[in-house]
Ligand binder design. Sequence first.
Ligand code: MCU
Length: 417
Amino acid sequence: SGPTTAPATTKAPVTSVVAPTPTTLSTSVAPPVATSTPPSPGTCPSTPSGLGSPVSNQLNDPFTFHGGGKVTTKADWACRQAEISQLLQRYELGTLPPKPSTVSASFSGSTLSITASEGGKSISFSVSISGIPSGAGPHPAIINFGTFGASLPIPAGVATINFNNDDIAAQQGGSSRGQGKFYTLYGSSHSAGALTAWAWGVSRIIDALELTQAQTKIDPKRIGVTGCSRNGKGAMVAGALEPRIALTLPEESGAGGSGCWRLAAYQKSTGANVQDAPQIVQENVWFSPSFNSYVNNVNQLPFDHHMLAGLIAPRPVYIMENVDMEWLGKVSTYGCMGVARKQWQALGALDKFGYSQVGGNSHCSFPSSQQSGELNAFIGKYLLNNANAGNTNIFRSTQTPSVSLDNWSPWPVPNLA
Ligand code: MCU
């Protein structure tokens, strides 16, 4: 694995992505039913079955319900997020099971041991916690996907929770589908892809932290999540599916993380060497088998990854990307997250959205240019409770790919603040 597994760039990178020609492709699904009355707080509109419409090569409107009603309030936004989560699970990620009927935990030395039981089956896994600050706490912590330590610098004052995500769901190519402890508990043919299974694991870690706070001295309300590359996709999905995550830090997640399927498809059609949906489902088991039916026509999907990111809004997110390889989504992540940012804008929360794309570093080697003024500002403000940690309203690229964000997102941004 690692960057060497990505195909070599053989074509000149396409850095210019004009908006696609707006199209409304034909679909057999009935047109959306217009709802004139916005839902009152606590009452969400029902989600019509099926993919809905319009089918479009532009990025979907996060502020219009699947049934056609408009999102006009914060309460509507919460309803819409729940709907988007269900749609993502149905067509791409697979089902996220609810909290198991029993979760127990113990902390000894630096090891947090977790047991989850459901339907007469049970699994156990453990995470090690390093760098717990001295003092009574409680202290913040960052859950890091992978067993080799975080690939970004975690500052003093923040513990690191080392999560062996592959133990929960394997990611060893197509033949590893259904392997790992998640599938021991829920069955090897469960619909969840590895990303969803890992998010489930992150949720169980937080359950365990809630149970053992007196021992770990970790504050379960100040938990960040990070990972790089394939594990960055995991960090993004965990932040999206688990609202108890206080800070989401996906590093070079690329396609399947902060990239949009439609942008990658468009680039691919122009000959760029990008990872797209048809390729990614061949490479690994990150997604549900249900996604296979849509990868060759991603325009049908009632979402794209700007809306996966939007499940985090208005919680804080800081997305790190790389300009050096087309395959890693240099254009697609910039366009996708540029559009995603509009969801934080709608909520009056632009100080909780960061996208930063730099280069000169090899894949997953954190560049120092993102450290003091960006990563440390996010961790300082949102995990260490230091209001003066710096500016966290960030959207920048050292190459600024020419993607027309407004043409890719031809819908109004409401004021939900
Ligand atoms: C950016 O994440 C992946 C990418 O999706 C794969 O195509 C490539 O093989 O590996 C990357 C990765 O996880 O590198 C460590």
